[in-house]
Design a protein around this ligand. Structure first.
Ligand code: PGA
Length: 251
């Protein structure tokens, strides 16, 4: 089963308007001719609209780093799927480990965000991953299963085409420690089997599962060679046009 690769750059809380426009323009330029894969940029909300404008003639997809489930209303500090679309975005990330750990977002809240994003047609990346302590206690698969079952609660089979799962071991994010290709592949295969059990095999076969956690120009090729790794969610290395450029050109 050949799945279309997706390389996503999560800019986190980085970039002013000027930095963002330069970075997006450089990356859009490097994407021309890359017809067999998707490239997604997730800049901060404040520059979504500028980045969307800069990449408008390229195939780059723009997305938000989080999303509320409601269209509008009294939700101070939140951004709705409609606002993301209005700013030129067509995708969103939910459940990033920084949202889970620093802002205490739980599976129920993340599931609500995911369903909201899907109901407005956004391509939605659900992030899951275990902490180092959980891995050392042998709880990795149980943690991942819980995050996926709860996160996808209420998501129907027909909506799964718009769902992407990103496996990001918390201990590998921003630490320079990547999971080995075997560790990553093992969890990706587990996730695909789980989706097959929750939905059906054809949905699992089509699901794109990204790896995230210290992906860089030196390890991307080996990660992408794994059978169940369909792309990458890149943090630090996505802020540099040269390193992200090499990552999107993975071989
Ligand atoms: P990193 O971040 O590539 O800097 O480890 C990945 C992420 O948080 O999505």
């Amino acid at each position: 089963m050949k799945r279309r690769a997706l390389i996503a750059g999560n800019w986190k809380m980085h970039t002013t308007v000027m930095d963002a426009c330069h970075l997006a323009a450089d990356i859009a330029g490097q994407c021309s001719g890359l017809l067999d894969r998707d490239v997604l940029l997730a800049p901060p909300f404040t520059v979504l609209s500028e980045v969307s404008h800069v990449i408008r003639e390229s195939a780059v997809i723009v997305g938000a780093q989080n999303v509320c489930w409601e269209e509008k209303g009294a939700f101070t500090g939140e951004i709705s799927p409609v606002m993301i679309r209005d700013a030129g975005g067509s995708a969103a990330i939910v459940g990033h480990s920084e949202r889970r750990q620093i802002f205490h977002e739980d599976d129920a809240l993340i599931g609500k965000r995911l369903r909201g994003a899907l109901s407005f047609g956004l391509l939605t990346i659900l992030c899951v991953g275990e902490t180092l302590a959980e891995r050392e206690e042998g709880r990795t698969f149980g943690i991942i299963e819980g995050q996926i079952r709860n996160g996808l609660a209420g998501v129907e089979a027909g909506q799964m085409a718009k769902v992407v799962i990103a496996y990001e071991p918390v201990w590998a994010i921003g630490t320079g420690k990547t999971a080995s290709t075997e560790q990553a592949q093992e969890v990706h295969a587990f996730i695909r089997n789980l989706i097959s059990a929750m939905y059906e095999k054809s949905i699992a076969d089509q699901l794109r599962i990204l790896y995230g956690g210290s992906v860089n120009q030196g390890n991307v090729d080996a990660l992408m060679a794994q059978q169940d790794i369909d792309g990458a969610l890149v943090g630090g290395a996505a802020l540099n046009a040269e390193s992200f450029g090499r990552i999107i050109h993975f071989r």
